[in-house]
Design a protein around this ligand. Structure first.
Ligand code: FES
Length: 121
């Protein structure tokens, strides 16, 4: 039974050979966004293969994605099937989450600047 490690959460789950990556993620309570029910049309389930081995890109993936993205390890989790080998998968950071984190960091920085000015007159 191959192990799948999901980053950035760092959660490792066991899967079965031939099982879809998205179903392994679901069983491990890792949320991979999707809207098309696994038909390779929404492309919301994009993930990066960081290490290890999974099935070769399907015809649907080859039709929907750029070859350069596939070469870079970008895959559709609904199309990827596990092989006998372990793998490490990275979920792309949500754009909304990164915008909110940047705004919070900026706000924190501004507050610490104001506090510093308050102490120094
Ligand atoms: S779930 Fe829609 S492309 Fe994978």
């Amino acid at each position: 039974m191959p192990n799948v490690t999901f980053l950035p959460a760092g959660i490792t789950a066991k899967g079965r050979i031939g099982q879809s990556l998205i179903s392994v993620a679901r069983a491990a309570r890792i949320v991979i966004p999707q809207r098309c029910g696994g038909h390779a049309s929404c492309q919301m389930c994009r993930v990066y293969l960081e290490e290890g081995s999974v099935s070769a890109p399907t015809a649907l993936e080859r039709r929907k994605m750029r070859e350069a993205d596939l070469q870079a390890g970008l895959r559709l989790a609904c199309q990827v099937r596990l092989t006998a080998l372990d793998c490490t998968i990275r979920l792309p950071e949500s754009k909304l989450k990164s915008v909110v984190q940047a705004a919070l960091a900026r706000q924190k920085e501004e507050q610490s600047d104001e506090t510093w000015k308050g102490w120094n007159g």
